[in-house]
Design a binder for this molecule. Sequence first.
Ligand code: DGJ
Length: 759
Amino acid sequence: MAIQFDVADRTITLHTRATTYQMQIADTGHVLHLYYGPRIDGECLDYLHVLTDCGFSPNCYENRMRREISPDILPLEYSAAGSGDYRVPALECVSAEGVVGADLRYVRHGIVEGKYALPGLPAAFGEGDQAQTLSLVLSDAATGLEVELLYGVFDGADVITRAAVFRNRGDAAIRLDRAASLCLDLPFAPGSSGGEWELLHLHGRHCMERMPERVPLMHGIQTVGSRRGASSHHHNPFTVLMASDTTETQGECLGIMPVYSGNHRTDIELNQADAVRVVSGIGGDLFGWQLDPGDSFCAPEVILCRTDGGMEGLTHHFHDFLNRHLIRSPWKDRVRPLLINSWESMTCDFDADKVLAFAAEAAKLGVELVVLDDGWFGARNDDNAGLGDWTANEAKLPGGLKPLSDAIHAMGLRFGLWIEPEMVNEDSDLYRTHPEWALAVPGRRPVTARNQLVLDMGNREVVEYLYGVFSALIRENGIDYIKWDMNRNIADTYSTALPPHRQGEVSHRYMLGVYELMDRLTGEYPEVLFENCAGGGGRFDAGMLYYTPQIWCSDDSDAIERLTIQTGTAIGYPVSAMGAHVSACPNQQTGRTTPFGTRAIVAMSGTFGFELDPARLTDDEKRRMRALADRYHRFYNVIHRGRYYRLTGLEGWGGYVAWAFVSPDGGQALVNLVVTRTHANTHGIHLRLRGLDAHGRYRLAEAVVEGCERPDGRILNDAALEDRIFTGRSLMAAGITLRPMRGDYPGVQLLFERVGGDS
Ligand code: DGJ
């Protein structure tokens, strides 16, 4: 049993394969958090719980004579503002009668097989043999507010998910001002010898998303979040707490990942007792949810994963978990078609002839899917007009999309289309007909961005309308792939469909509307491959992955910048989810020129595709592109179904970045390496592989060196080494040395294949 209740000591224990999470129901009804760490069976861990009289930390009434028991110090499973716990609260609320805050005490709990679901929200899934659910209900006597804490315990995956449902069982309305899904008190220092906690988060900006940053925890509260109405380019909803001595391959790590694409917030407080509290879930300064008597509110899920396997161990857990228990699309297990996207080569400047010529040229080079990006609809010739009018621009595409789609299909290709459902230009028929569908505060001119306004996705009429439009668009035009974009953040969160006292609900209702639309369209068209996008990677999060198996990583397609972006992204998200393309040089965003093959090595470390005009390639590049299409298919399994290793850690060592992919059976290992700084008079590059079969015997089956001035093209010391048989053990313990490389940004791809065992 993954979840156990011990009647005698009133503990509830959650076990996963390698971890134990234990809580205890105290006499006062507080639910105390006792432990989350390496697995311990059959023991009550309440001896860990140190009582101490802490000045200015008050006592609850029942314990007023016991100054060593304070809600401000006790590790609590969930805590509200207003009743003597001054740490960062998970719940802030006020009732219509003026009761501020809550004092939450145990009511009941239940254990069921299988994983709970959250209506209208993305959430991990698991059957009875994979997961169990704990429901733990607390309530506040003064208001009648009930909080149901949900725990999804995934034994094999070593993951615990958390969510919370709030129910108003009282007689007066209650406004939730903060309704976090997770409160986790970590009373002790990490590591075996009392180390200190550090925090890693993925910060960034448009065109430079998810850069890892690791800092020591300071006393006080550190917050990672977004108030932009989207999970954002700026602060990804994924944080890692780890011991200060945790490395890539060993040490304690705790990953916290909200399954949410809107405003999120994770607070980490290091308090007076040097204990850490983590509070995570929905965020946003303007959030306020009105719960009328009898109503309930469901807060989004947060995924928790703990390991002693270092950052690499945490990455592997998250990749496996998201692949097996979160991404729903049938495409997650299929080889994705090799695509070419029109955006960087054509922007909005095309017509049917140009697109057909583009497709015909791409088909010769091994491309399987042609994606027509922005500019095909309404009066869309630039970003000033047309959003909202989802019928083909007849001046560009006479007869509409169908003839184009048919012609592309007749070439043996699939046809994909860009859409941006959530937005509208003022210069559009949709806006002229329904100005009230755009978010705007009465009496105030709305903030614009990219000349567009945001549709009120919390309004049912809007979602119904968009569903009708896009369902018909896909059906009538034989669309095989959809790129779902979202190109601005949200402001002016006022909905004409809601009364004044519900305006604090707009941002979350917006997300519920987006999720509903995605759910209906992806459910109706499971064969269509959906890719998410938000001006690049502005919504690269677990919420979106529930609906779409891949997300465009960044509008920065420069291969060298992508090394950082993709390294950061892959800390938490699977390689098969990272949209990555080979684009033209000089690169549109940075002006940098990198070798064609190096660009391919980086893009092949994600979903792989092209974002260039094939007609403008040299003959040599065309030959390489055909060879790349072949390599993409041959390496698909090892990259997308294999284990991913950051051979050069999070930073990249000494001017190069190397990632390795090892097939599940250890039979193949592919190393993708890019030199980012070339030096004179330098030594070779030394790499130690990981994840191989130690007893296996491997040979270097393929070595590709790109952009390097070396007439003999060799990467190892001499030709004999290229025929040598290495043991898995030697490749991992001693490693391999590559010859120094000259040139701008050389790239290397090495494929090791097992040729036998028992070395
Ligand atoms: C932003 C996306 O990230 C780009 O790839 C492209 O689709 C543009 N939007 C189109 O407007």
